[in-house]
Write a protein that binds this ligand. Structure first.
Ligand code: NPW
Ligand code: ATP
Length: 636
């Protein structure tokens, strides 16, 4: 920072003595004494000085006097302390003392503290004490003859601000001392001003930054070294822990094997168990895995049945899904005794074997007649259920609108957008020879034209002796025109309660007695020419007008739409199997047998899906369960 204070002209000793003489004059001292504003006095001083040949401004005179006074007072103070040695530093000591001692009041301390005398103006320039002590404005006597002709303008050099950075410099980590030890004392003042410049030259910002970055890099390197060591230690700790756990497990394994071998020895010595008997074809065969309600795979222990010969109901006991089925066995046995057992074994008999001797389509080509703009789900559920139960091919005959939608649900289905075409019956008739059974009604709707097409297709199917399952809107059609299916022995009707009531009342022209559904359903079947009728409900009732089968397998309280479609689609396959099978005893009609199987399967799917999904169970969830439910009922 620069100080622009102008120090004024240099004064020769002669000029100074002339000034002091003028300043010491009595009128000047009297004028100065007691006046705060004294500029007019120094104007007079300058004028008198000019009269002697020295041109000075009043301000120059004032500053010079002030400087002389300060020198004098310092010298005087030093003189007192040091036995008169310091008066030598003030050339004009005696003259000053002479003048000032005559002044009435001059408090030196006051002068020094304030930096101003009573004579000073408020706007006077500030002076530097140290420099006044040396009176740098005095010139040697050689020059006195030449009054200052050259104006010397002195400026302070900028005072450097030391940078307070604590940086360890040097090998020993000590700060380098400033390189000024050889400076002579006489040049101390000027060297003080220069020293910071030297320091700045020695520690330029770039150098400091470089040192700082180097130290940062070193610190970072140190951190990563320590971190690496920490991670290595962590790895070693984990490894040791793992080894310890393995060791524990080995010990536990040894303990268990010794305990179980001791138990087996004791049992075989008592004759409880046939040694190493397995429920599975070979002892090495894997135990079956079943899904528990929480959807976790649960594998049976390697030897679940000690003898391997326990009854099926006991085998199923450990499986929560099987509990449902077991309840059926117990309950069914009480209500129907031998009939249900026989029905079950006959059902198993109609399931075709999975052999490599058959070609695609032999196990079932099922047709679903239904699916319109409003209802695309129903034909899909029926068709996919047929496939999942075991049909090889599943065809959907639907309206054009519904076709793309149904196709998008599943690539497994063959979808024919023919139902609303002008030559729908012809189109369908082409396919009938290839179909093993036909399900009429899921998602058909009640459009007159569609119902007319459905009626004609039923007629053609009858002519071809194809099993026909009539459900949903197909039952609406039957309620309107019972003759369409009346007496056809390969027809099975699957009404829900509403559809059943509608049918009954249409056929009997009287209200249906819901207090005796068994009787009502038999009546309806008889009226229809002993068709098989399935009344779906909490208990499914199945009759051919002579016998009634009850499927009271517990399902669930979940009544989502589409379950009846699953049933009718399954029934399409089972009917085909039942009518074509020669393996069963024929004590139960193929229609009854198939209907009974479809009812059991649907309820079992419902139960299993519900155990997994609870209230959120949908028909799609039930469809996922078809495979395992089928195994439980037909293949266990
Ligand atoms: N996702 C899809 O695409 C699906 C499409 N579907 C297709 O929809 C079409 C129409 O079939 P649908 O069964 O709704 O007609 P319909 O027989 O007139 O019944 C209507 C009314 O009857 C009553 N009701 C029903 N059951 C009852 C009972 N057990 N006990 C007592 N009442 C009962 C009940 O009346 P509410 O209680 O509402 O007054 C019900 O609203 C058909 O083509 C079908 O395949 C469905 O398959 C579902 C999935
Ligand atoms: N109250 C009930 N308790 C237990 N199961 C029932 C009950 N009512 C119907 N079911 C079962 O639901 C399945 C479908 O019967 P539902 O009466 O819902 O047929 P649907 O109305 O024709 O179905 P969809 O929604 O496909 O048209 C059957 O397996 C039946 O046993």
């Amino acid at each position: 920072m620069q100080n622009n204070t102008t120090r004024g002209f240099l004064w020769s000793d002669v000029e100074t003595r002339t000034l002091l003489n003028i300043w010491g004059e009595q009128d000047i001292q009297v004028a100065l004494d007691g006046h705060f504003r004294n500029s007019f006095v120094y104007r007079d001083v300058a004028r008198r000085l000019a009269a002697t040949g020295f041109e000075r401004t009043p301000e120059q005179c004032r500053v010079r006097i002030k400087s002389l006074k300060r020198q004098f007072l310092l010298a005087k103070e030093g003189n007192i302390r040091n036995n008169g040695q310091y008066h030598k530093i003030c050339k004009f000591y005696d003259a000053m003392e002479n003048i000032l001692s005559n002044r009435p009041a001059m408090d030196a301390q006051e002068f020094m503290d304030s930096g101003t005398g009573a004579e000073e103006t408020a706007d006077c320039l500030e002076e530097e004490e140290g420099e006044d002590a040396h009176d740098p404005y005095s010139v040697s006597p050689v020059d006195f003859r030449k009054p200052a002709e050259t104006e010397v303008k002195l400026e302070y050099s900028a005072v450097p601000i030391p940078i307070p950075i604590k940086v360890t410099v040097g090998k020993n980590g000590t700060s380098e001392p400033p390189n000024d030890s050889n400076q002579p004392t006489s040049t101390l003042t000027s060297s003080r001003a220069k020293r910071p410049k030297k320091q700045r030259a020695n520690f330029p910002m770039e150098k400091l930054m470089k040192q700082f970055l180097e130290q940062s890099a070193q610190a970072e390197e140190g951190f990563y070294r320590i971190e690496e060591q920490r991670l290595q230690a962590e790895d070693r700790r984990r490894e040791a822990e793992h080894t310890r756990e393995l060791h524990m497990l080995q010990m536990l394994g040894q303990m268990f094997s010794s305990v179980s071998s001791a138990g087996a020895t004791a049992a075989s010595s008592r004759g409880d168990l046939p040694a190493r008997t397995s429920a599975y074809p070979s002892a090495s065969a894997s135990p079956p895995c079943t899904r528990d309600p929480s959807a976790h795979l649960r594998c049976s222990p390697p030897y679940p049945m000690a003898a391997g010969l326990k009854p099926q109901s006991q085998r199923l006991q450990s499986d929560p899904q099987a509990l449902v089925f077991e309840s059926y066995f117990n309950h069914g046995a009480q209500s129907h005794g031998r009939m249900d057992e026989e029905t079950l074994s006959q059902l198993k008999a109609i399931v075709p074997a999975l052999t490599s001797k058959k070609h695609k389509g032999q196990d079932g080509r099922i047709g679903i007649l239904g699916g319109c703009q409003e209802y695309t789900g129903a034909p899909y559920f029926a068709a996919i259920a047929a496939l999942k139960v075991g049909a090889d091919l599943s065809h959907v005959f639907c309206t054009k609108d519904a076709a793309t939608v149904i196709k998008s649900y599943s690539p497994e289905l063959i979808v024919h957008p023919v139902l609303d075409s002008p030559n729908a019956v012809e189109e369908l008739d082409k396919w009938l020879p290839r179909l093993h059974s036909l399900v009429v009604g899921p998602g058909l709707g009640r459009d007159e034209a569609l119902l007319k097409t459905a009626k004609e297709v039923i007629e053609k199917s009858k002519a071809r002796d194809i099993p026909i399952i009539i459900d949903a809107d197909g039952l609406w059609l039957v309620a309107q025109q019972p003759s369409v299916i009346q007496g056809y022995q390969k027809a099975i009707l699957t009404p829900n309660f509403m559809e059943f009531t509608r049918l009954y009342e249409a056929l009997h022209q009287e209200p249906m007695d819901s207090s005796d559904l068994r009787r009502s359903i038999m009546q309806l079947s008889t009226t229809m020419g002993n068709l098989t009728v399935v009344l779906k409900g909490e208990q499914d009732l199945i009759t051919d007008g002579k016998n009634v089968l009850t499927c009271d397998l517990r399902g669930s309280g979940r009544r989502c739409g589409g379950q009846g479609d699953l049933l009718s689609g399954s029934l399409g396959v089972l009917a085909h199997w039942a009518f074509t099978s020669t393996a069963h005893s024929k004590s139960v009609s193929p229609s009854m047998l198939a209907a009974y199987g479809a009812c059991c399967l649907t309820k079992q799917c419902n139960s299993q899906a519900f155990q997994l999904h609870g209230r959120s169970t949908t028909t799609s969830d039930m469809i996922q369960e078809i495979g395992s439910a089928f195994r439980k009922i037909f293949e266990s």
